[in-house]
Ligand binder design. Structure first.
Ligand code: AMP
Ligand code: ZN
Length: 469
């Protein structure tokens, strides 16, 4: 079955048609974090969607070259460094480090490149792109010494955001990186230096200054991936003005179609509102881990709904994630026992075929893919209950799991229990064996007090972190 995605540019589901079909190479550019504060889990919803996209395409045999930029100079980072009274580079470094730490907790596969906007190599690319835009009459230096893009000279401006092109008129100049559609204007490519910018300053043919946020992505994308790329991703809030500007800048320079497919992730919400730094309604990854949830559980909670559907972040959702992963863990353990470890499962065909992969081919329909997984778990559990699953079939199921887990990355890493918890758990298991239920309940309470939960399953006692502990 063909792989299909919803392309924001055409507003249609389209078949994936990479430029380099023969070598099965796909180039993906993903807008990365603006490192002015710790990323919140809303940002990570976007990054997890991109992780799922990459892993699924790899599972389908494509070779992915993925770039994720780091925005380490823009209005917000400069303001943050000024308020913290530290140099820009020092200010942003802490949030870059935190970003990688959180991405690792969520098992997000590393991109191939993480270019930083302040790298002189990319500043040079930005300057030369702006130079070309000026020479083509698409940009000009204004009285304030900054350089702006003449949006009315670019006939396709507004096509990605689906604005009415006939009504689209610039309302003047905008120097801010971010603005809404009521303030469409000739946006800044190069911003002349002023005192408030502090040490954020580079030389250019137009005098000292710094790049606008949008030109940064055009420069880093083309420097690393070339003039034309297969897929460009981001959250829906990136569509306008950021991605609209990226198209105008890049195509303005190259005269070629910049991106084949634009994929945008819907927002993560809190109480019906976008999770956003500016609204103060956000949680970071450490906030969630502090509630004694794991990165794997948060990964599950953020991945489980199709990327084009808004998703509400709730603690109940986190509990459900824990329960769902618990079901997968129990299932794997049972399968392992039945398979007995004697069979080389890699040689076995699974009877489950490709329904899971086919669901993801359909615009990353993760709900259908997970629905199929849990249906399979129910069926095999039933067969095991009735002693109808032989070792070979169990091994084949495990083989199928290890294949789909390359995409999901849900498997428990068997994080070691603290010594004290291990001792209590062992004592409780012994108490249950001796049918001393009073003692076993006491020990359960002790485990609870330490933030752990003891569950009694068909396969014995399971110790997991207690939700919300
Ligand atoms: P920023 O650091 O603000 O540039 O955002 C980084 C990425 O996170 C962008 O792709 C945004 O579109 C995305 N993003 C921001 N807030 C949310 C949210 N609440 N839900 C999903 N994605 C988001
Ligand atoms: Zn970007």
């Amino acid at each position: 079955m063909a792989i299909r995605f919803f392309n924001t540019y055409s507003r249609k589901i389209e078949e994936l048609a990479p430029r380099d079909l023969k070598s099965r190479k796909i180039e993906i550019y993903t807008c990365g974090p603006t490192v002015y504060s710790r990323a919140h889990v809303g940002n990570f919803r976007a990054y997890i969607f991109e992780d799922l996209l990459q892993r699924h395409l790899e599972a389908r045999g494509f070779k992915i070259h993925r770039v994720m930029n780091i925005t380490d100079v823009d209005d917000k980072t400069i303001r943050g460094a000024r308020e913290a009274k530290v140099p820009l580079q020092k200010f942003t470094q802490q949030f870059k480090d935190a970003f990688f730490q959180d991405a690792d907790s969520l098992r997000i596969k590393r991109a191939d490149d993480y270019p930083a906007a302040t790298d002189q190599r990319y500043i040079d690319t930005m300057v030369s792109m702006i130079d070309v835009l000026i020479s083509k009459g698409l940009a000009y230096q204004a009285d304030d010494k900054s350089v702006y893009y003449r949006i009315n000279k670019f006939p396709n401006y507004g096509k990605l955001a689906h604005f009415n092109l006939d009504e689209l008129r610039s309302t003047g100049r905008v120097k801010h990186d971010d603005y809404d559609k009521e303030h469409i204007g000739e946006f800044a490519l190069w911003k002349s230096w002023d005192e408030e910018d502090g040490d954020a300053k580079w030389d250019s043919p137009w005098g000292p200054g710094r790049p606008g946020w949008h030109i940064e992505c055009s420069a880093m994308a083309t420097a690393l991936l070339g003039d034309q790329i297969d897929i460009h991703c981001g959250g829906v809030d990136n569509i306008f003005p950021h991605h609209e500007a990226e198209i105008a800048q890049t195509e303005g320079v190259t005269g070629k179609q910049f991106v084949r497919m634009w994929l945008h992730c819907a927002h993560l919400l809190v109480d019906g509102q976008k999770m956003a730094k500016s609204l103060g309604n956000f949680y970071t990854v450490p906030d969630v881990l502090e509630k004694s949830y794991t990165g794997r559980e948060l990964r599950y909670a953020l991945i489980r709904v199709n990327y084009r559907t808004q998703l509400n972040f709730t603690w109940d959702g986190m509990k459900e994630a824990r329960e769902s992963l618990g079901r997968i863990d129990d299932w794997l353990e049972r399968l392992g026992e039945v398979a007995g470890g004697k069979i080389d499962s890699s040689k076995l065909d699974s009877k489950f075929g490709h329904e899971f992969d086919d669901a993801l081919d359909d615009d990353l329909n993760i709900s259908a893919a997970l629905g199929f997984l849990f249906e399979t778990i129910r069926e095999t559990n039933r067969a095991m209950d009735e002693n109808k699953l032989d070792a070979k079939a169990a091994a084949a199921s495990l083989n199928w799991w290890s294949r789909i887990n390359q995409v999901l990355d849900f498997e428990s890493d068997g994080a070691a229990l603290p010594e004290e918890v291990k001792k209590l758990a062992k004592a409780r298991a012994q108490a249950r064996l001796a049918k001393d239920f009073r003692k076993s309940d006491e020990l359960r309470d002790k485990l609870n007090a330490l933030g752990w939960e003891a569950r009694d399953t068909k396969n014995g006692q399971k110790i997991t972190r207690r939700a919300g502990a």
